[in-house]
Ligand binder design. Sequence first.
Ligand code: ADP
Ligand code: MG
Length: 757
Amino acid sequence: SNSARVETLKEIVGRSPRSITYPKTQDGKPKYTSEVFGENVFSLAQMAKALPKPVFASFMKQLRGRQALDRATADAIAHAVRIWAMDRGATHFTHWFQPQTDTTAEKHDAFLSLKSTFTAAGEEVTAIDSFSGSQLLQAEPDASSFPSGGMRSTFEARGYTVWDTTSPMFLQPGPHGTSVLYIPSVFISYNGDALDEKTVLLRSTEQVSKACCELLNLIDPVPLGAQPKYSRVSTTLGTEQEYFLIDRALYAQRPDLKHTGRTLVGNLPPKHQQMEDHYFGRVPSKVMATMSEAELELMRLGVPIKTRHNEVAPQQFELAPIFEEASLAVDHNLLTMDVLAKVAHKNKLKVLFHEKPFKGINGSGKHCNWSMSTDRGENLLDPTVKPETNYRFLLILAAVLHAVHQHGGLLRATIASASNEHRLGAQEAPPGIVSAFLGEHLNEVLNSVEEARPLKNFSKPEIQSIKLGGTVLDVKVATLPAISRDLTDRNRTSPFAFTGNKFEFRAVGSKQSPSFPVTVLNAAVASALQDVSAALRKQMGSKPAPSDADKLAVIRQFITSTKAIRFEGDGYSDAWVEEAERRGLPNIKNCPDAFAQLNDPKHVEMLTKLGIFSRSELSARYHILHERYAKDVLVEANTMRTLLTQQILPSAFEYRANLAQTAALLKGIEGEGESPELVALKAMTPVVKDLQAAIKKLEDSIHNMHVVEGDAVAEAVVANKEVVPAMGEARKHADKLEELTADKFYPIPRYSEILWF
Ligand code: ADP
Ligand code: MG
């Protein structure tokens, strides 16, 4: 019955938001965020303070890749960070790493160790706190249960975590007011193969740097013998994170949400997102309490959270950080998800990162804003005032387009998962066709270059004066500085959109680690930059530097060859699907097809040539992706089967018994003719039968998966072709039944209750 739901709703209504004490200054005012920022981070500045000068200098040399970290330096850092951490309540340390599970992993070790002294009286054991350089550098957590795709055959099954010195160590709260020291790490096998998400990301950023510097130095050469101007380019990443927040007491009554992160049955209430009143609306107080508590903790961890707002769907929200160097940004995104989940729990809420928790309303994405920046802080995708004569910008842009043109299919593979499959192509989400949106002005710049004609005259919006309230106020509304940026509207339908001075990879799922998509994007761009450099070299011949005409010729070459992926229209429309087909663009509709891209020789060659993946790492990943997809679908199918047979059907039976009893009773009183109760009962009958049949079909499809058990690829195909459609069919009938069943008998919280604070 619904009594648990009713009790829960009463409790929720009476609950007030949790309040924490915000850090205060001595005179009792809230501290400035800049004072709180990074308080729990063993930053370079902290390190410089805590370490003897030569040790710090030696560490910096290692960081810049000029020398390996020696044992003495590691020991000194370990000692310094232990004192720093223990002064702040740390009792344990952990190597914190990123297995291929979209989450992070950790195993804590106490600083405690025992020291024996042997005297005439015998052995004396004393407790001491210790942390050595080798413990800092490396650990062998065993961790043999993580997916390895067959990379860890038993005799070499060891997995090692190794400190990633590019990401700072930090403290997270532990139990009872203590804390734990986190050491960001990579996770590799005995043979040095990447078992994680981070190793490949670091390799890819390295390759972007190399390839990009090569091009920059080619465009902007120095006299023979002089140091080249560019030696380091970093990839920058800003991840907009969307999520749902719902009440935990209601969540706990939904086995589907608990086990799969999404609802497997349920109808939308009459009012959901259609009024567009949630988007950018006032944040509900319980949510604000959660958001701000999470933000405070993240600020302390040095995660620069910048924006927060309501998203389109009811109970959907977003936060975004200030962009950072890509691998740090990934660490920070994973921390953000972790902290949000923890803080939501304390607030009796549950955060849902699933891409499609509720059918019929918007799903969640993780827009990956991506660019490249020189070590002087120049953003290489900034078009500046006159993009049409900014050849460096156009060459870099052409390289990115070339990357997407060559490896769009592979990019599509990086965002494929059982959960994101429900989002792509559905409400407000990009389709499975990878195209790039540039905006009207930039598009015209490229077209004019291609057609070797002057740029069309653009009526640039001027800075307008708006008079508010007669003569009282005269505000200048800067529509824009006179650059291409923001001249056109945003195109929300594009999976990969240029947004003024960066690209936004929008197809990335809210739940996934941004690491793999960004790794592949980096790889494709690095490879494309190499192609652009080679073309430019060919064009300039024996000249010491390319002329503007040379650059323009190369730009034109790539603009022309990549034209098929440029699309400015509505990516959600059917017309685009047809148009894309005419252009020969792949429209990859499901996960197994997407994963197959990892086997495509064109992509394999690119990734292996750059040394970002070895062949065996790639085939391991291919295997892991299928395996995970099959497992995800199987968990959903089994959850659904149980939910339907043990809760949904019985509730219908109960209601039917009730109706039947009354109908029989009334027959005696009212005589012949159908009672309204009987009409209602009869209306349910075919739906119940359909549902039963659909459950049978679902069971058959699950069985078919078991038949091919052990072959991950075959399992994934059966999951996709049979299980997913069977679940869709079962849901249809279950949702119809929800409408016919009296609320009193419906066993689980409904959308109308969950999507309402
Ligand atoms: P919008 O996408 O609405 O324009 P912002 O300009 O605030 O919003 O950017 C969204 C995200 O993009 C933020 O995380 C921001 O830090 C990030 N971002 C901005 N510039 C860059 C850049 N050059 N490289 C990577 N990310 C960037
Ligand atoms: Mg957004």
